[in-house]
Design a protein around this ligand. Sequence first.
Ligand SMILES: CC(C)c1ccc(C(=O)O)c(O)c1O
Ligand SMILES: [Fe+2]
Length: 301
Amino acid sequence: MTDFRYRRLKYVAVVVTDVERTENFLLDIVGLAEGPESGKIDTRFLRCSDDHHDVILIKGREPGLARISFEMESVKDFDATKAHLTKKGLNPVDVDADELAFLGIDRAFRIIEPNSKLTFEFMHGMVAAETPFVPTVADISMLGHIVLMAKDVDAVTEFLINTLNFKLSDEGAGGGLLRPFPTTNHHSLGLVRSNENRIGHIAFMVHSYDVIGKAVPRFKKHDVPIVFGPGHHPASNSNFLYFLDPDGITWEYTFGMEQFPEHDPRDPRYLELGNGDSWGNEMDPRMGKVGRVVTPDELVS
Ligand SMILES: CC(C)c1ccc(C(=O)O)c(O)c1O
Ligand SMILES: [Fe+2]
């Protein structure tokens, strides 16, 4: 069975050099909420949903991308995905009971994407947070997408489509924007050609263009570098704002992303993705430059 179904991009595990500094940034300036106490000095859980977490911060010597996690639509889809990846020789590794309990997750396994060496986690069931997510400085709706800078974009794209049941929404000379079937957001994972496998950016979907507009003076007041936008992406028809965290990792607010139907979706288009702004902003050279892919053996914790 290769038509296993995803519910959504669930969380991203990011390596930062100072977890308290980045936690405060994401809480006070970006608008996430605290997740449960991790009990570990080098790990923080943050959220923008009613679940246990949407972002994990892990202390490391340099910024990095530890893993991305996708929630499958059902236990049956979870099992089918694992069977499929086992058959493909990708050696799925179960997350052990202690780590599942730590993460508040019912079941999960991980593989290493063979081209980018990024750890993909597939999971089902995450415990709810003790309280609902209440937006503060930004009305965030969800963790929306990750853009991965990749040395071999074509190989990663082929793997996502032919092995992981992703669909291509749009592509360009520099890469592609993909959605895990049958999720509706224009993309949950984007790829951009690069000389290194690293974070392009991590995007939060927001409920209104006001969130983007109000972020500009807030970021200026707190000396948060804005590296692209406010602008408009022709591919997903979304408005955007990209900014840097204290380590220089790029994050994005995105509003108004095109939604794809499960049945009879439009065909992917070939677009200019590189600049990706119909309003003509120039991308700051610091955008998408920090946070290489970190393999499990490199993780401190
Ligand atoms: C600049 C990057 C690759 C990009 C391009 C297009 C969209 C979009 O249409 O939503 C993005 O979100 C991007 O991050
Ligand atoms: Fe984006």
